[in-house]
Design a protein around this ligand. Structure first.
Ligand code: CLF
Ligand code: SF4
Length: 292
């Protein structure tokens, strides 16, 4: 992997609070919620809230236009020290809203060429957009990969809406899992550092997580982030037990033998701002605060 990555990218990664443990005490990120739609149905999600594959359930972020997102970035840059990363992580899927996601990146790049961009996606549209992602100069992409086989996939994904056609069950999962892997390989080969999020669901995909980690390593991924299931109310998995913290740690230890593990993820909102440990998003709300 590192042979294909330019020195400049590794320097950026040293200032990326999610990719570098050391950086997360010092460098801030902001998420711009410009991507409301999603093209798949995960059983741990109810689509009323932010994407659960990269966020904390139960939180709803206000959607911004690309122009409003650029303005918010300019405001936040003045007030938040060491803001290094601008991420697009929902509230739906960054690539299911590619027009807005791309426009937002272009506008912010014009305003500040030093920004490190980061995208988070379920990966369905990666074969379509990976080339443009590379051309835009995005060097950090997160893909959520929960399994490799379509039978397990059919337990996690209700449907996959691919190029206007809805595919259910194993057939849908097959398309998604194929596109995720193809996309990870392409991005990794083209100098992008890919982080793979894996949501650990006991009795569904937990015994298969080590093989997911080995496979994405083969495809060139940089790091994996095994996340706990926090079931969203109203989702198919709403009554499933949240992932036990000790079991999660053991899984990270096991997979750490094969691949670098992220252990400091905070499951942020799609509009999170600040250091990973301090969410300052409410300071920059444009909507009136909700009553407690
Ligand atoms: Fe945002 Fe995600 Fe980029 Fe980080 S978050 S798009 S990689 S800049 Fe980070 Fe938040 Fe965990 Fe995500 S702590 S949920 S891993
Ligand atoms: Fe929900 Fe994210 Fe899954 Fe889409 S990819 S269904 S937003 S958890």
């Amino acid at each position: 992997q590192s042979e294909r990555v330019e020195a400049g990218t590794l320097e950026m990664t040293g200032r990326h609070p999610c990719y570098s443990y050391e950086a997360h005490h010092k460098y801030a990120r902001m998420h711009l919620p410009v991507a409301p739609r999603c093209n798949i149905g995960c059983n741990y999600c109810n689509r009323k809230f932010d994407c659960v594959s990269e966020s904390r359930p139960g939180v709803t972020s206000e959607v911004l236009t690309p122009e409003a997102a650029r303005n918010k970035f300019l405001l936040v840059r003045e007030k938040v020290a060491n803001l290094s990363v601008v991420g697009i992580a929902g509230p739906g899927d960054a690539l299911a809203n590619w027009g807005s996601t791309r426009r937002t990146i272009e506008l912010i790049k014009e305003a500040d060429p030093e920004v490190i961009f980061c995208l988070s996606s379920n990966g369905l549209m990666l074969p379509d957009y990976a080339r443009e992602i590379v051309e835009l100069g995005v060097k950090h992409v997160t893909v959520t990969v929960n399994c490799l086989d379509s039978v397990t996939g059919s337990l996690i994904y209700r449907h996959v809406n691919y190029r206007g056609k809805v595919h259910r069950g194993a057939a849908g999962a097959e398309i998604l899992l194929h596109n995720q892997q193809k996309g990870i390989e392409y991005l990794s080969r083209n100098g992008v550092l890919v982080k793979v999020n894996i949501v650990m669901v006991k009795g569904v995909n937990d015994d298969r997580i080590p093989e997911v980690v080995r496979r994405v390593k083969e495809l060139g991924a940089f790091i994996t982030n095994i996340m706990p299931l926090v079931p969203a109310p109203g989702s198919v998995f709403q009554d499933y037990a949240p992932t036990d913290a000790a079991e999660l740690d053991r899984m990270r230890d096991l997979c750490g033998q094969d691949m670098q593990q992220m252990r400091h993820c905070k499951q942020c909102r799609a509009d999170a701002i600040g250091l990973l440990n301090e969410d300052r998003s409410r300071e920059f709300d444009t909507a009136p605060a909700e009553p407690n």
